[in-house]
Design a protein around this ligand. Structure first.
Ligand SMILES: [Ca+2]
Ligand SMILES: [Ca+2]
Length: 702
């Protein structure tokens, strides 16, 4: 904040407080100090490049306001988020540093997670605050904060169900207002608990209710009468009020506006229904467009347009092309509808491969428009590669500053591109992207290398399926000739693979990708990690035992999934890998599994084992217990043994375990195996209340 007498105070002192005079003075002041623009950064959530009319002539969604914005500023056709998921991209925007240098490599934050932005790190808003800006954030934070439990301690084990043990009357710590914002209003994430607004370091009201199952979102604590449809309009209204208010202030302002749309819950308000030809998702995008229109109008009304640097972009690609386009606020279609976008002939990913969470372009190539009439030529266009981490250094450059070595380590100044000083040549040496599952990719010029055999996002092409199909672990594409990333050239250009690998390794090692003194990473990034884990655990193994090839059938009324050959995979002599979708698992959702194995004749046995998978991040748990019993005739069973699992606890490792029973020299022809599943994910699990899976791979008889 300024320490000298501000113009507002001066006017107050001299009695010249009529609104018109203040606005007029401010207008003059803005012109005079053209190097201190107001900055508005609008971040849509999960909006695809192909959703916008002026970027995709085939879009089924009218976006007149975004089209207008593009015509008044600069359009980037090769802009990228640093990650294809929410939290990591947001980290990159506010810090100018790749998120994989933080404590996390991959995935988004969950409810009540601690802050991802490290304490003491200079953020983009803090920098502007130091310059005398008023800094405000309205919308979706999704970067974590510290909550207190009812004993007054900082909550350590986080997850959606932890809300019940939180003391919401206490202020939260290390949230937005401790990371550079003077003011915050919004939600952590609209599809997670707590379902309530947060203002600065307090929730507005005390959530006490459980989210009804008829409402979209992860189960958890909610403010009474919470209405998902009101969230985005409330954020919009308050942001507009903020601009109106700040227009009368002397300070320049920074408004960070991370919208909650068109991410799920898909909740377009009535006036947008039917306004697109792309279903509810399209209507929600239409609402985003209208909000942009409202912001533009508000700037005009306050005479702020000329000297406001306005950026509109998205935090990652859209998931719309094959699902998640339709989950409704009432909880129906929770998983989305397969092929939703395609059904409407609308491709949110435009010509790019993949979607949200993927390592391919569809995951992270984003719409990016910048308007600043004072400095940027209207209707200009560039194919310069830029990344959302670049905003920090760019803003510093507006003030003629260079960032300190310990800040914005992956932030390039794109001001020369914006002002048209630089039309050709590459600004960034190279750009790194992180996919949803933590796979790395690096782009340099026309070359893009991806360290994963699949999509990197799980959904489109899982690493498992890719490996089963014999796809190589590395992908290399020439984007100039192959924008759809179809033709993997990794084996034709080993020199390029080598060069990009070395460059990526250098970026990791140096703690930065921009010139400057090397810095330390917060976590321990490893570009090969996701690959190594998969490689080592991918393999299926053979096992010898006397039940191989014998008949086995399912006795209870459940649906077997993920098996390529029904119950037969239980006696094929192949141990499954630690990936549930390798074809060698039999999986049951939300229930038990009961099998009858027929050895064909009476045999003497010593031991029976049943193999199970635990992969909590995929909602898969060992059974509560496994009962093994023997029979000579298939009717009366004896020698029943129950093997209990050890205490159920949080464990993010995928492992396979045998539930074994010793039957020394027992004779039998039939063996019954009953596995009692967990059925429901436990309270501490991220899928709390949802159905749990149980997966069996082999009944080993010795
Ligand atoms: Ca997102
Ligand atoms: Ca098997």
């Amino acid at each position: 904040m300024k320490s000298n007498i501000t113009r507002r105070n001066f006017l107050r002192i001299t009695g010249l407080t009529a609104a018109g005079i203040i606005a007029g003075s401010h207008r003059y002041a803005a012109k005079e100090t053209g190097s201190r623009p107001n900055i508005i950064f609008i971040l849509a959530d999960d909006l695809g490049y192909g959703d916008i009319g002026c970027l995709n002539s085939e879009s089924k969604i009218p976006t007149p306001n975004l089209d207008k914005l593009a015509s008044q500023g600069m359009t980037f056709t090769d802009a990228h988020s640093s990650s294809s998921l929410c939290s990591p991209t947001r980290y990159g925007i506010l810090t100018g540093r790749y998120s994989w240098r933080s404590r996390r490599q991959g995935g988004a934050l969950w409810s009540f997670d601690p802050p991802l932005i490290e304490e003491g790190r200079l953020t983009f808003p803090q920098y502007l605050k130091n310059k005398g800006y008023h800094t405000a954030c309205f919308g979706k934070w999704h970067l974590g904060m510290n909550w207190h439990d009812k004993e007054g301690n900082i909550l350590e084990n986080t997850g959606s169900e932890k809300g019940w043990n939180i003391d919401f009357s206490r202020p939260l710590k290390n949230g937005p207002t401790s990371r550079g914002f003077d003011y915050f209003f919004g939600t952590d994430a609209p599809n997670y608990p707590p379902y309530c607004y947060i203002e600065n370091d307090r929730t507005i009201g005390i959530p006490t209710e459980a989210k009804p199952t008829s409402m979209y979102g992860v189960p958890g604590i909610m403010l009474k009468d919470w209405d998902l449809y009101k969230v985005l309009p409330e954020i919009e209204k308050r942001a507009v009020n903020y601009i109106n208010r700040e227009s009368k202030s002397d300070n320049s302002f920074f408004l960070y506006l991370p919208l909650t749309a068109p991410h799920t819950p898909i909740v377009p308000i009535e006036e947008h229904l039917g306004k697109s030809q792309a279903g509810l998702y399209g209507d929600f995008v239409h609402q985003v467009d209208a909000i942009v229109g409202n912001i533009l109008k508000t700037l005009d009304q306050n005479n702020l347009t000329e000297n406001t640097l306005l950026i509109f972009t998205s935090d990652n690609g859209s998931p719309n092309i094959d699902g998640f386009g339709s989950p409704s606020a009432d909880g129906s279609y929770m998983e989305g509808e397969k092929g939703y976008g395609i059904k409407y002939g609308h491709n949110s990913s435009y010509i790019f491969r993949g979607k949200k969470a993927d390592v391919w372009e569809g995951g992270h190539r984003i719409p990016f428009f910048v308007r600043w009439p004072d400095r940027i030529k209207a209707g200009s266009k560039t194919d310069e590669v830029v990344c959302l981490t670049d905003l920090f250094a760019t803003c510093a450059a507006i003030f003629g500053d260079k960032l300190p070595d310990s800040a914005g380590e992956d932030s390039y100044n794109i001001l020369p591109v914006l002002t048209g000083e630089r039309i050709n040549g590459k600004l960034r040496e190279a750009t790194v992207h992180l996919s949803g599952d933590g796979s790395f990719s690096i782009r340099q010029g026309k070359w893009k290398m991806e360290i994963t055999p699949g999509s990197g996002g799980g959904g489109t092409l899982s690493a498992q399926t890719a490996m089963r199909n014999g796809l190589p672990m590395i992908q290399l594409y020439n984007l100039e000739e192959d924008i759809g990333e179809k033709n993997n050239l990794f084996d034709k250009y080993p020199d390029v693979v080598f060069r990009l690998t070395k460059l990526l390794e250098k970026y990791v090692k140096n703690g930065r990708s921009t010139p400057g003194t090397p810095q330390k990473n917060t976590g321990e990034p490893d570009i090969w990690r996701s690959l190594n884990v998969r490689n080592e655990k991918f393999s299926t193994n053979k096992v010898e035992h006397i039940a191989i090839g014998k008949k086995v059938k399912l006795l209870n009324d459940v649906e077997l999934k993920f098996s390529k050959d029904g119950a037969n995979v239980l006696t094929d002599g192949i141990r499954a890998s630690s990936w549930f979708d390798d074809g060698y698992w039999t999986a049951v959702e939300g229930g038990d599994m009961e099998y009858l194995l027929d050895l064909g004749e009476i045999k003497q046995i010593n031991n029976v084992s049943a193999g199970f998978l635990e992969a909590q991040s995929y909602w898969i748990f060992y059974p509560k217990n496994v009962e093994l019993s023997l029979s000579l005739d298939g009717k009366s069973f004896s020698n029943s043994q129950i093997i209990k699992r050890t205490a159920l606890k949080e464990n993010d490792i995928r492992e396979i375990k045998n539930f074994s029973a010793s039957f020394k020299n027992k004779k039998c022809r039939y063996i019954k195996m009953k596995a009692v599943g967990q059925k429901i994910c436990p309270q501490w699990h991220k899928g709390a209340g949802g159905k749990a899976w149980v997966c069996a791979d082999e009944i080993i008889v010795e």
